[in-house]
Structure formats: structure tokens, C-alpha cells
Ligand binder design. Structure first.
Ligand code: FE
Length: 340
């Protein structure tokens, strides 16, 4: 894929100003849509305001943690006020689908704009922005030529030099599920044992802590989602840390999505589909992806300047639905390898 660059701040400010003036309560909204979102408020509010501005449909939303929102939808059953569940990681979307929480989308723009491997084959959910999970390294202690693949981080040369986030985080479950799909059980188990052997510290709670540990000299390499690196770069442009696109000569770097689906018991089905379709549009993608330093699902849409500076890379084309289906097996392998 190739990426175009954009100046996001000015656009976002215009949208917000326009939405605020529009929101003067003169008329009642003709339609409404209710969203449960694990994507945080500052990332969705400007997007929903732009949607209301474009369509006249009001968006009400509730934010919370992935698991809590999914459990809430389950508990509310038919009485749920929610129309759309918006969450991060295909693992969570797949789990919500497996619990029967979604209905098939009727969103032609989603089908047109979002590549098939980033959507559920049955149309129950779709990715709406892309993040890669790749290698990050100290530019002071690692030469990029020493790096190649996720699998190679299990080699003895990285003994006591690797930092990882906890295996309990869905991002790592999905990454390991992808590697399991590519390499099979035996090779994945061996890789996980190597990773654990190479850890310089106990697995960490957050991707940002992995990067801080590298900066502090505790370890030399780690694996993080790209937008966390983008945030760090924005705060500390001179930090001696770089991204390395993993598996460029093999399967491609692991990518995952933030995404959404229409809930089975939605009361505003038409407005919910309209929101998903709109989110897949070029205008929405530019805002939705750039606000979190992510990649658009549509490679033609410009990305944030920092994201652009990372350059082009080969993405893993593995279907995300497959990654979801292999989560449990991945968790078992991580537990067996004593990866906490
Ligand atoms: Fe995250």
C-alpha cells in the first residue's frame, strides 16, 4: 500500500467549529443512532459531529472498555439501546460476532472501500482503520540489519534484550494467532519459548511501557502498535527509537483494525448502516484514521504526517476473521510457554 500525507489539525478544527454551530437546537433530529464505543471520546467525538453535520443524524454514544461493553450488550439483550458496537482489534469484533451480537451490515460503501481481508466474510463487522503491530528498537543499541521477523526475536542474540506487553492483551493474542496461522503449532510454540527466554523484564501492562523500557536501557527491542509509537514521536521527536517493519520478506507486518458492526437488537438499523457507510467514506476516513495516527482502510486516503514519515510497508493479508477464530488456541500456546 502507499500512503498520502495530510494536514489534519486544520481540517479537524473546521469540522468541530462547523458541527458546533450546526448543533444550535432549532430543529429536532429526524434520526438518531446509538453507539457503544471502546474507542475513546477524543477520537470519536469530532468524527460523529462531522457525521451529524453531513447527514442530520444525531449520534449518542457511550465509551468503555471492550470487554465491559460486549458484556453489557449481552446482558441488555433485546432491550439494548445500542445500535452499533465500535471496538478495537479483530479479536474483540470476532468475539462479539461469535456471541451472536451482530446482524449483517447493509453498507455498500463499506464493501466497496474496505478490503475483504479486513472484514467479516458474513458481513457482521468491518475494520474502519488499520494499525500495524510491529518491531520497535533502540537506535543506540540495535542496527536495523540485525532485525527481520517476529519469529527471529526468539533467537539467542536477543537474550535479555526483549520487552513484550502482557499476553493477556488482545493485540498479542491476535499477533500470535496470525503467526500460528502462518507457521503452525510446533513452530509457534518454539517461537514463544524463545521470546520468553529472551525477556529482559516481566511482560508489561502497556505498549507505552515497552517503549519507555527501551528508552531507559532495560531492553533493546519490543513489539508495539504503530499509533503508540506515533504518540511518543509527537511528544519526544528526538527519542532514540525507531519502527522496523517486520516480516517484509515473508508474510508482511501484522495489521489489525479498529472496527464496528450493527447490533442484532438495534432499534435504528438504517441509521446504523448509514453511519458505517459514512465512516468508510474518504472524508470520514481521513479524520477517523488520522486522529489516532492510524492508516485508512482505503490506501488512497491521505494519512497523518507522522504516519506518512514511516514509509510504505508490506501488510500481512491474512483474513482477520481467521485471526479471531485462532485466538483461543493462541492463548493456550502462550500459557504453555509461560508467557504471562
Ligand atoms: Fe491501543
Amino acid at each position: 500500500m502507499t500512503f498520502k500525507k495530510t494536514q489534519q489539525a486544520g481540517y479537524a478544527a473546521t469540522i468541530v467549529a462547523a458541527a458546533l454551530s450546526f448543533m444550535a437546537p432549532i430543529f429536532a433530529y429526524a434520526q438518531e443512532v446509538v453507539v457503544y464505543s471502546s474507542r475513546t471520546e477524543h477520537l470519536i467525538k469530532p468524527v460523529f459531529e462531522a457525521f451529524t453535520q453531513d447527514t442530520g443524524i444525531k449520534v449518542s454514544y457511550l465509551t468503555g472498555k471492550d470487554n465491559a461493553l460486549i458484556e453489557r450488550v449481552k446482558a441488555e439483550g433485546e432491550r439494548t439501546p445500542a445500535d452499533v458496537l465500535m471496538t478495537v482489534d479483530a479479536g474483540n469484533l470476532w468475539y462479539a460476532a461469535s456471541q451472536g451480537l451482530f446482524q449483517p451490515m447493509n453498507a455498500p460503501q463499506v464493501e466497496k472501500a474496505v478490503p475483504a481481508h479486513l472484514r467479516d466474510p458474513k458481513g457482521l463487522w468491518s475494520g474502519l482503520s488499520i494499525r500495524a503491530r510491529t518491531i520497535v528498537y533502540s537506535t543506540e543499541r540495535v542496527r536495523p540489519e540485525e532485525l527481520s521477523t517476529y519469529e527471529a526475536l526468539a533467537e539467542p542474540q536477543w537474550k535479555d534484550r526483549l520487552c513484550l506487553r502482557t499476553s493477556k492483551k488482545v493485540y498479542n493474542k491476535s499477533l500470535v494467532a496470525a503467526l500460528l496461522a502462518h507457521n503452525g503449532e510446533a513452530a509457534t510454540a518454539k517461537m514463544l519459548a524463545g521470546w520468553v527466554d529472551n525477556l529482559a523484564a516481566a511482560p508489561m501492562a502497556k505498549d507505552s511501557q515497552v517503549m519507555e523500557a527501551i528508552l531507559a536501557g532495560q531492553c533493546d527491542v519490543g513489539i508495539v502498535n504503530t499509533y503508540y509509537f506515533g504518540r511518543l514521536q509527537q511528544e519526544k521527536p528526538d527519542a532514540p527509537l525507531k519502527l522496523f517493519w517486520a516480516n517484509q520478506n515473508t508474510t508482511g507486518a501484522h495489521v489489525n483494525v479498529s472496527g464496528a458492526g450493527v447490533l442484532k437488537h438495534a432499534k435504528h438499523v438504517e441509521a446504523a448502516n448509514r453511519l458505517l457507510d459514512w465512516l468508510a467514506s474518504d472524508r470520514a476516513q481521513e479524520l477517523f484514521a488520522a486522529l489516532n495516527k492510524e492508516f485508512s482502510v482505503n490506501p488512497q486516503v491521505p494519512v497523518d504526517a507522522i504516519v506518512y514519515s514511516w514509509g510504505d510497508f508490506k501488510q500481512d493479508q491474512l483474513g482477520l476473521e481467521r485471526i479471531g477464530a485462532l485466538q483461543n488456541e493462541a492463548v493456550t500456546l502462550m500459557q504453555r510457554a509461560n508467557y504471562r
